[in-house]
Design a binder for this molecule. Structure first.
Ligand SMILES: [Zn+2]
Ligand SMILES: [Zn+2]
Length: 271
């Protein structure tokens, strides 16, 4: 766990954007709409503050948690069926760490080490997204999308109520138009990222595996066969392997360690 990871311009920019969205939502949109002193204002401010806290907490988990380190003693189990089903051309030894790589592990050039079940290296959290922090990353994107859509709805309510008074005030009108474009853009970007990761989780794929599987999919389609990802064991099992077996804890950013430990995974032909 390294707090120094927070000291990067992209991470500080994310925190700054969070602070800006929180400020305009609570002190501009809600206050101008119903007033912070009213019961509706207090309730909306409380719900939005809770969402903002969940975003900040999930971001901290993503930044601070080690995404997944390969144990120094790791050696592949040749009896493991998922190894025998794996692509024969897959490199089993990292040519940079000179150590064995478990299945789904990849070498990150930025972190300069191998990451268990690596998804991608994310600039915005100054960390890799891997086995141990993927759930926190997904939950962060989920809460951030909900918060942005919520904020956009509050902005629309505020503009509908005060539209006439804004018309004659050019600086406020310009500021509200800027906020509208900013919030809609942010909601669409985060919403697209959320849909993408829901798709990946439902198919038990990482971003790297998705791009790797494109050729296999193309070849299967060309020969008239259907393609199924190696670790795709059905939508529900795929979801529980990432978010945990307890549905109540699916949106809790803390990691649910499963029995596989990021080293071995159930292949679809095993299930
Ligand atoms: Zn490596
Ligand atoms: Zn990395």
């Amino acid at each position: 766990m390294s707090c120094r990871r927070f000291l990067s311009i992209p991470v500080l920019s994310v925190i700054l954007v969070m602070g800006f969205v929180y400020y305009i939502t609570v002190f501009v949109f809600i206050d101008d709409w119903v007033g912070l002193q009213s019961s509706a204002g207090t309730l909306n401010a409380f719900v939005f503050s809770f969402l903002a806290f969940l975003c900040l907490f999930s971001l901290s988990v993503c930044v601070l948690i080690d995404p997944g380190r390969v144990p120094a003693s790791y050696a592949p189990d040749v009896e493991d069926s998922s190894w025998s089903h794996s692509n024969a051309t897959e490199t089993r030894k990292c040519d940079k760490c000179f150590a064995y790589k478990p299945l789904r592990t990849h070498h990150c050039r930025v972190c300069r080490r191998c990451i268990l079940k690596m998804d991608h290296h994310c600039l915005w959290i100054n960390n890799c997204v891997g086995y141990a922090n993927y759930k926190a990353f997904f939950v962060l994107v989920f809460y951030a999308t909900v918060a942005c859509i919520y904020s956009t709805v509050l902005l629309v309510c505020c503009v509908f109520k005060n539209g006439n008074s804004y018309a004659g005030n050019i600086p406020i009108k310009t500021f509200m138009v800027f906020c509208g474009i900013f919030m809609i853009g942010l909601s669409l970007t985060l919403g697209t990222l959320l849909c993408w990761h829901i798709y990946l989780i439902a198919h038990n794929m990482t971003t790297i595996e998705h791009y790797d599987s494109k050729r296999a999919l193309w070849l299967a389609r060309k020969s008239g066969q259907s393609y199924r990802h190696q670790f795709d064991v059905g939508v529900y099992k795929n979801i529980t392997s990432v978010l945990g077996p307890n549905m109540i804890k699916w949106l809790c950013p803390t990691f649910t360690r499963n029995t596989e430990g990021g080293i071995s995974f159930t292949a679809s032909r095993d299930s």
